[in-house]
Design a protein around this ligand. Structure first.
Ligand code: ADP
Length: 489
């Protein structure tokens, strides 16, 4: 008689979908991109270019101009000129019309933007198509509406533009971060010099094309490309009134030091190490999905990623079992495929950083669990990873990894989890899962985090302010708070 065995789910075969890649024929990518200064695409003074690659296959997508101090100076001059002679004199309602036009053009070309974002940054097309691009357009729509209503937003306070804003953005949400920065700055009457990250400059340059098409007066938005040196040239330029930076805490500290003693205003949105807290009374299946959404979709390339999980003891075994099962169903691979959950890590350097932390985690004595999925041989990919048996003092618990890596700890009481969640240099975001509204309100007041999501995670809306406590930075972006970062009273 045949031996009876317990049926086992073969995840690999049951979750094999036929490939569903997004078409790339409709996009228009040039071989070489110039700097966008004073409404025109111009060559860099020194004639230097760098390559931007597709992290999913390591192929070069385009050559991009490298701006030096001379180019930055030209961009700042153009922005100052546009501010003095055109933008500050224009009625606010007219400024609003241009911002609306940019939003509509972005919507019209949404598919192209989504594909280029995915090619240049490695994020799954589902994310760029359903989150990055629509949210970016929504930010322009939202702030366009405020342009002629600033007096209502700040009654009796006479809001005035600052002048020229220098804006430096990271590689994890290239188009969305550009929208977060440009839209409120313009609505408040400022002009802009923006620098995208060196590994993901393409959608900002496509945005420059839209800006040109929208007829926005020359010099109101200037986009210069390059790496840290170009960013530093913006930060140190004497004719800039405001610096808005999103990126690493290390660079944020350098920027803060550089502008100390000047009249520049500053907002910093820096790193994070969010606590994701699950109580015993939480809806467990939804919470598990929330955890997956919070750290694994988008490769953990989100400053507010829920990278530290705290589970109440009574449900810890169940949550961990369900998480492991769910991990096995996640598809890591071609970012252009609509079935892909976890795309490519943004760059070789970032993949090395993640591997360094995987090694540190093992050396610290934590138990590493990785999904058994296959990953492409070419390109930069990382399997979703859990670290069990971690403690507060572990570096993998304290430091930002910026990859699909989740540390797990258990807790017994509310006081204990608040203590542990706050015992960290960062304070950008947190998530709480429970059936009890009172517990949620208790935690939202005690967690030192700029955003606390309750029974959901990673939800964004242009009307909601976003920003951090402690080493996660200061200032808020989004909503009415986002306006005051670009105004003086
Ligand atoms: P990440 O670790 O997310 O890449 P970084 O802080 O290194 O974050 O980069 C964020 C942005 O800051 C990028 O556009 C980068 O080119 C820019 N940058 C890097 N170094 C400096 C610097 N010293 N001054 C100004 N900008 C910088």
């Amino acid at each position: 008689m045949a031996k009876k065995t317990t049926p086992q789910l073969d995840f690999n075969s049951s979750w094999n979908y036929a490939p569903a890649p997004e078409d790339t024929k409709h996009i228009n990518l040039k071989k070489q991109y110039e700097l966008f200064i004073d409404g025109k695409f111009v060559k860099p003074a020194k004639g230097k270019y760098f390559e931007t690659i597709n992290p999913a296959n390591e192929e070069v997508l385009a050559k991009v101009a490298e701006a030096d101090e001379t180019d930055v100076n030209k961009a700042v001059k153009a922005a100052r000129n546009a501010y003095n002679n055109v933008w500050s004199k224009m009625p606010a309602a007219e400024r609003g019309k241009y911002i609306y036009r940019i939003a509509r053009l972005m919507q019209e070309r949404a598919r192209e933007f989504a594909v280029i974002e995915t090619l240049d940054g490695g994020k799954p097309i589902r994310e760029s198509r359903d989150i990055d691009v629509p949210l970016a357009a929504n930010h322009f729509f939202y702030y366009a509406g405020w342009a002629d209503k600033l007096a209502y937003a700040f009654p009796n306070r006479k809001p005035q533009a600052l002048g020229v804003a220098g804006q430096i953005i990271p590689w994890n949400f290239p188009l969305l971060m550009a929208a977060w920065k440009i839209a409120p700055a313009l609505a408040c009457g400022n002009t802009v010099v923006l620098k995208p990250a060196e590994t993901t400059p393409l959608t900002a340059l496509k945005l420059a094309e839209i800006i040109q098409e929208s007829g926005l007066p020359n010099g109101v938005v200037n986009i210069v490309t390059g790496a840290g040196k170009t960013g530093a040239a913006i930060v140190n330029h004497p004719d800039i009134d405001k610096i808005a930076f999103t990126g690493s805490t290390d660079v944020g500290k350098i920027i803060q030091k550089s502008i100390a003693g000047t009249n520049k205003k500053l907002t910093l949105e820096l790193g994070g190490k969010a606590a994701h807290i699950i109580f015993e009374d939480a809806p467990i299946d939804q919470a598990v999905e929330g955890i997956v959404n919070g750290i694994f979709f988008n490769q953990g390339h989100v400053c507010c990623a829920g990278s530290r999980l705290f589970v109440q003891e009574g449900v810890a075994d169940m949550v961990i079992r369900k998480l492991k099962d769910r991990l096995e169903t996640l598809i890591v691979g071609d970012p252009l495929d609509k079935n892909t959950d976890i795309g490519a890590i943004n760059s070789k350097g970032q993949l090395e950083t993640i591997h360094k932390y995987l090694k540190i985690g093992k050396e610290e004595g934590a138990d590493m669990y990785q999904s058994n999925c296959s990953i492409p041989k070419k390109g930069y990919f990382c399997r979703p990873t859990l670290f069990l048996n971690t403690s507060q003092s572990h570096r993998i618990v304290q430091e930002e990894i910026f990859g699909p890596v989740l540390t797990i700890q258990t807790f017994r009481t509310v006081e204990e989890v608040i203590e542990k969640a706050n015992n960290i240099p960062y304070g950008l975001s947190a998530g709480v899962w429970t059936d009890k509204g009172s517990k949620i309100f208790n935690l939202t007041t005690k967690l030192r985090a700029g955003v606390v999501w309750a029974n959901t995670y990673n939800k964004f809306d242009p009307t909601s302010p976003f920003g951090g406590y402690k080493e996660s930075g200061f200032g808020r972006e989004g909503g009415m708070h986002g306006l005051s970062a670009y105004l003086k009273f």
